[in-house]
Design a protein around this ligand. Structure first.
Ligand code: COA
Length: 376
């Protein structure tokens, strides 16, 4: 193969079929199982979306109630896992802790090595149920507080905020957080999902596949971006400084986090919803500044670079006014994306083929081995 034919970064390469999620990057359209993300954000819940991703259709009432019950009853973490969480050294970044503890979950899961469809579905349920509990427990333990046990009467979104902050959130905040979970639940073959599927394609287990995904999500070009957006907003701190700050970044050929996308060539439909979330939550909490500054940055980026905001841009200011610590933002991504990751792993197992691409070799050839003291 000629080097010109190599698709760097697998850009625009279709490597598989999938019935879970589709993206039309030209029209800015995102569908889960055939349903438009705007329709789901307006009318659905995270629990319904989990069902949709796992089973390819919306649940009937009894099916939804069963899934809600299963999720709620699998949320609690064992004392062993809480013990690990408490005894790990402080991480340089909380994603290290999440990656480590999710990996450790398999040591306590009696079905860790059971590759039957039923066991894999149960593991998907447990991992999805527990990801939020882990993140909330970490958020509290590092502040010297006790973890808050999950409340089965609350839905997934409200329960997460409750476990993190120690009080039941108001219904508007809980609903917006539910919408954020819906928006982040899946995004086709994004980098972390691809990593999960590569691992699953070796017929490695579900915990290993999820651990791969978390390691991939951690990077600032993927799930780490919304944290960097908020750090930027905090550094700028006032609307008057936005123009100079962003011009300076662009002049130095730096990326502005929360902008650009490999697939969308128009607005990311998730950003459309998150913009509203950021504005409304900012207004209601009496902190409109972060939305205002975000809007200014977005206008500037579109005007001068023709680059649109992505999912990570407005989620940053929205999470901030919800009171979520900035370094937990990438972990929140995992609290939702675990549903999509597990759906993709199940789909991979159901019709597996080892994922093993080629690389065009560009190094030397034909060299003769030289003894060590004869090398120059
Ligand atoms: N700020 C400034 N310029 C950007 C940019 C950004 N956020 N995103 C892309 N560009 C520019 C690049 O500098 C490049 O310009 P050039 O052709 O003059 O060199 C061009 O747009 C293409 O960018 P590139 O990074 O090659 O595209 P990609 O498809 O490989 O990368 C991202 C996609 C998402 C990794 C990239 O847009 C990015 O790094 N964004 C910031 C991180 C982020 O928000 N990630 C979350 C994604 S959901």
């Amino acid at each position: 193969m000629a080097i010109e034919q190599v698709k760097v970064g697998l850009q625009d390469v279709v490597i598989a079929t999938s019935a879970i999620c589709s993206i039309d990057g030209q029209r800015g359209q995102l569908l889960y199982g055939g349903y438009d993300i705007h329709d789901l954000a307006a009318n659905s819940t995270f629990e319904e979306v989990v069902y949709l991703l796992w089973y390819g259709r919306l649940p009937k009432r009894q099916e939804l109630e069963d899934l809600q019950f299963q999720l709620a009853s699998n949320r609690a973490l064992s004392s062993d896992i809480l013990g690990i969480l408490k005894n790990l050294p402080p991480p340089q970044h909380p994603m290290e802790t999440l990656r480590t503890v999710v990996s450790a979950l398999s040591l306590y899961d009696p079905e860790a090595e059971d590759m039957s469809v039923e066991a894999n579905r149960r593991k998907a349920m447990r991992l999805t149920a527990q990801m939020g509990t882990l993140v909330a427990a970490f958020g509290r333990v590092r502040e010297g507080k006790d973890p808050v046990p999950p409340d089965p009467r609350l839905n997934h979104a409200a329960n997460f905020l409750y476990m993190l902050q120690g009080n039941v959130p108001n219904p508007e905040n809980a609903r917006w957080f539910d919408v954020a979970l819906i928006l982040h639940a899946d995004h086709s073959y994004n980098a972390s999902t691809f990593a999960a599927r590569v691992t699953a394609s070796t017929l490695s287990d579900m915990h290993s596949s999820i651990t791969s995904a978390i390691g991939t999500l951690k990077g600032p070009l993927h799930g780490g971006a919304n944290e960097q957006v908020m750090r930027m907003l905090l550094e700028i701190n006032s609307p008057e400084r936005v123009e100079d700050y962003v011009h300076n970044l662009l002049a130095n050929k730096k990326k502005v986090m929360g902008f650009g996308h490999r697939v969308y060539h128009t607005e990311d439909p998730r950003a459309t919803v998150l913009r509203r979330m950021s504005e409304e939550l900012g207004r209601r909490t009496g902190q409109p500044k972060w939305f205002q500054m975000s809007r200014q940055i977005e206008d500037l980026m579109i005007r001068e670079k023709k680059i649109n905001a992505n999912v990570d841009f407005y989620s940053a200011s929205a999470y901030y006014v919800l009171g979520i610590p900035v370094d937990l933002y990438p972990l929140i991504f995992a609290v939702s994306r675990i549903s999509g990751w597990t759906a993709h792993i199940l789909e991979q197992y159901a019709n597996n083929k080892l994922i093993r691409p080629l690389a065009e070799y560009t190094g030397p050839t034909g060299l003769s081995y030289a003894p060590i003291d004869q090398r120059n």
